[in-house]
Design a protein around this ligand. Structure first.
Ligand code: AP5
Length: 226
């Protein structure tokens, strides 16, 4: 395992299906960082039926972006938990200019700043195929894909041995198209925002999962040492 000596704040930026969740989990295991996925936090709020979850549900099912207020409140609560002390990998956040600015303010209060933003670059067409074939273990959340990542033993999770799997409500071609449109309109401009700040790295996310993981690990090792 690699060593990180100061709290790292890494952002994985990329369209739906770029592999943000897949790679964040791998980085979490290799570097001991904590994955913070606003998508996962919102889905948990929807499942729990909280007020925020009730407001977010329809927007998520339509493939739009949940309001900054809701997302920021959820993220702020999660970042205040003690396990984030070594560093975090933000997966799916920030997604708007307002969220990026709010993140800067939140980090500044803790004497921190964004360590690195890694833009995961993938073709729009590939994204649709990846999202449509995706499923996760109902027990531990490990991600799989009908074509690209099957469990070693059919029907059994590699990570926890669970045998129940689930698919997301928004993983259909129509909603995936809306999510991609939202990404290009509201999130892709953040690439230029972070590039201007000198913290942007780019990775070709079209290669295989392990190749992307090696490239990301090299980036994280390098930026953490700076
Ligand atoms: P969220 O859960 O963040 O979804 P997303 O951004 O659409 O991203 P995905 O989870 O679909 O893709 P991913 O990049 O994680 O890919 P994965 O690793 O699974 O958000 C969902 C919704 O919540 C949003 O639409 C919005 O409504 C709301 N929301 C969330 N955050 C918000 C925010 N900050 N502000 C406002 N609203 C917010 O990979 C996909 C598949 O491809 C997997 O099956 C995987 O095995 C496979 N795969 C991965 N990498 C590769 C590879 N290199 N080669 C082949 N296959 C691969």
């Amino acid at each position: 395992n690699a060593t990180i000596t100061r709290p790292a704040v890494l952002i994985l930026l990329g369209p739906p299906g770029a592999g943000k969740g897949t790679q964040a989990r791998m980085l979490e295991e290799s570097f001991g960082l904590v994955q913070l996925s606003t998508g996962d936090l919102l889905r948990a709020a929807v499942a729990a039926g909280t007020e925020a979850g009730q407001q977010a549900k329809a927007v998520m099912e339509a493939g739009g972006l949940v309001s900054d207020d809701i997302v920021l409140a959820i993220l702020r609560d999660r970042m205040a938990e003690p396990d984030t002390g070594k560093g975090v990998i933000l997966d799916g956040f920030p997604r708007t200019a307002g969220q990026a600015e709010a993140l800067d303010g939140l980090l500044a209060q803790a004497g921190l700043s964004v360590t690195s933003v890694i833009s995961m670059e993938v073709d729009d067409a590939a994204m649709i195929a990846r999202v449509a074939g995706r499923y996760t273990c109902a027990g531990c959340g490990e991600g799989y894909h009908d074509e690209f990542k099957l469990p070693a033993t059919a029907g059994v999770c590699d990570r926890c041995g669970g045998t129940a799997f689930k698919r997301r409500a928004d993983d259909n071609a129509e909603t995936a198209g809306a999510r991609l449109t939202a990404y290009h309109a509201q999130t892709a401009p953040l690439i230029a925002y972070y590039e201007a700040r000198g913290v942007l790295e780019r990775i070709d996310a079209m290669s295989g999962i392990d190749t992307v993981a090696s490239g990301l690990a090299a980036i994280v090792t390098r930026v953490s040492a700076q």
